[in-house]
Ligand binder design. Sequence first.
Ligand code: G1P
Length: 294
Amino acid sequence: MNQRVQKAVIPAAGLGTRFLPASKASPKEMLPLVDKPAIQYVVEEAVRAGIRDILVITGRGKRNIEDHFDRSFELEHYLETKGKEEELKEMRAIADMADIHYLRQGDPKGLGHAVAVARQHVGNEPFVVMLGDDIMDERSQVLEEMLSVYEHYGRSVVALKEFPPSEISHYGCVEPEAADDGLIRIRDIVEKPAPDEAPSNLAVMGRYVFTPQIFDALEQVKPGKGGEIQLTDAIRILIEDQTVYGFTFEKGRYDVGNKLDYLRATVELALEREDIGPEFRAFLTDLVQREKLV
Ligand code: G1P
């Protein structure tokens, strides 16, 4: 059995330009999906997979994220005096669910750079990277299963999902080779290839388990696509040294990386809610008829 993975890194230092003006003074990771900030879904997913040590790589708007995961004595006191037990419990649970640490990235030089900043906190241990543009369904087991792959093989694992050629250029894309246990072995990986240059239809989703050797690889990476230090380019270097597995999944991922996908995710998540779901469904049905959408 290999070392258990105990740490997760959530890069949250991007400028969020796809969400302006909402992301002007508040990080896009704090945008709510129904009533919960996107980053809370990601933290809860880590906790469900047994990870409680979470490092958020921040840039601007750090305070909002920190405040969200901190106790709010004033609010708690207010809820207590008003007898709002449910809300009080929920607010305390947010602050207690994980040990969250924060590090500043400084210059936003890309995802690879953000992960490299985590080295001092992670040290010589395996760890998870979770990107906030991908939100997983509460029932999703993707992270747990990726961690089992790591525990079995002691090698890095990248989450993959099939996409049509027209969408592949939004993602990292891998050249796969069949491996044991329904896994694939990544032979090559490219960041956001043009559709006719994509080595397959398998796109990298924002969940990774890494051996600490990824940090050495990151040190060698030169600015790549978009002039940024790309995590994909570090994985490409890591492959020369160690097997990197791909874990393919189909369902349970919501893309919240741009406005349209964010709206789709909000609607789907709202429909799944026990409290507001039924009423919201009735509203949508009525809307479809009113607007003659079908
Ligand atoms: C990043 C990665 C990319 C990956 C994607 C998943 O891109 O660089 O390889 O496929 O996340 O969401 P970004 O969306 O930050 O441009």
